[in-house]
Design a binder for this molecule. Structure first.
Ligand code: NAP
Length: 350
């Protein structure tokens, strides 16, 4: 199925790992990037000189993907502005995510060659305010987001909905669609830019968190996310959505792990903002933060996400790395790219 694979957003945090994994598997890759100057990490990959071709494409340019997609047997659509805070939510989030996804799907249908498109959706399309009593699965849809409430979440759920509606309307006989819904993606970055998901770690170590809070994240390693995308292309019966998360980690557990490995995280946290009083203070303070971040804080504090990742393990055979390993690899990567101070004390139990 995947003789020639198109990858949009090939130079991004997740896209780069997908390209690496495809090249390692001997696949020919046609990638799109927005900034052709930022691709040295891709062209240096083993297999790249013979099997990687890159083209420039912007999601908002309706025909930008046509020439590339027509030469692909399948496409992984990962490009999109992963950021919570923007000036103009429609122009900066909804349009690139929704119109961009439809542009790629239209190109796929018109190519007559593409057999499957794998869409990088998100947990944002599953929930934007985890109910700690509920175990989330692929059946859950985020129905609460709006442009005003949390534009990134709204854009992601709108894009996935638009994709499934497109398939119902005009794509069904042309090709298949599979969606991967990753939670917080962590792990080593092949690029210097600080990904929004790694910002949590960087802010913690740079002393930007006012206190220990009742936060918990469903985390997944970027290398496992890449594997999930590649398996979703190749697995015979892959269909529908795949919730993609390894384990839930609380902020308290994260701080403890970082301390154990010499990162001195607790020393950079001044206050204890856990419990109902702390939660109230966090919600109050969230109104002083930029809109997207503030909304995230209010809808996630005190809410431990629970999920069932059985479908992706069963149907795509994805085995998730232990999350502690992924966290430590994230830290090494952040140190490497200069986003956090280098450890001065050696790891105590590494
Ligand atoms: P990333 O590193 O910022 O990658 C996003 C890629 O999309 C970049 O290569 C970016 O190009 C490209 N892009 C953005 N706007 C574009 C546009 N208008 N036209 C063409 N390309 C554009 O972020 P990421 O974490 O890899 O995110 C990839 C996908 O995963 C996104 O769809 C995101 O919503 C989704 N996702 C991410 C996470 C996570 O925790 N990281 C979790 C769930 C879902 P530039 O480099 O030029 O900006």
């Amino acid at each position: 199925m995947s003789d020639v694979v198109g990858v949009t957003g090939a130079s991004g945090f997740i896209g780069s790992h997908i390209v690496r994994e495809l090249l390692e598997g001997g696949t020919r890759v046609l990638g799109t990037v927005r900034r052709p100057s930022e691709v040295a990490h891709l062209t240096a990959l083993p297999g790249a000189p013979d099997r990687l071709e890159l083209a420039t494409a912007d999601l908002l340019d309706e025909d930008a993907f046509d020439d590339l997609v027509v030469r692909c047997d399948s496409v992984i659509h990962t490009a999109g502005p992963y950021t919570l805070d923007v000036k103009d939510p429609v122009r900066d989030l909804v349009e690139p995510f929704v119109a961009g996804t439809l542009n790629v799907l239209r190109a796929g249908r018109e190519s007559g060659r593409v057999k499957r498109v794998v869409l990088t959706s998100s947990m944002a399309a599953i929930t934007d305010e985890p109910d700690p009593k509920h175990v989330y699965t692929e059946k859950d849809w985020n129905v609460r987001s709006s442009l005003k409430r949390n534009p990134y979440y709204f854009a992601k759920v709108s894009a996935e909905r638009a994709a499934w509606e497109f398939m119902k309307r005009e794509g069904r006989d042309a090709f298949e669609l599979v969606a991967i819904n990753p939670f917080l993606v962590i792990g080593p970055s092949m690029i210097p830019a600080l990904n929004t998901s790694s910002r949590i770690f960087a802010e913690l170590l740079n002393g930007n968190y006012p206190g220990l809070m009742d936060f918990a994240w469903g985390m997944v390693d970027v290398r496992d996310v890449a594997t999930a995308h590649v398996r979703a292309l190749e697995a015979e019966g892959a269909s529908g959505r795949y919730l993609c998360a390894a384990e839930t980690v609380t902020m308290r557990e994260l701080v403890r792990l970082l301390d154990q490995h010499g990162y001195e995280a607790s020393a950079r946290i001044k206050f204890n903002l856990t419990g109902p009083v702390g939660g109230f203070a966090v919600k109050l303070a969230s109104w002083l933060r930029p809109r997207g971040t503030g909304a995230y804080l209010r809808s996630h504090v005190g809410r431990i996400p629970r999920f069932d990742n059985g479908k992706i393990r069963r149907e795509l055979g994805v085995e998730f790395r232990p999350v502690e390993r992924s966290i430590l690899d994230t830290m090494e990567s952040l140190e490497h790219w200069g986003h956090v101070p280098r450890r001065t004390s050696p790891a105590q139990s590494a």
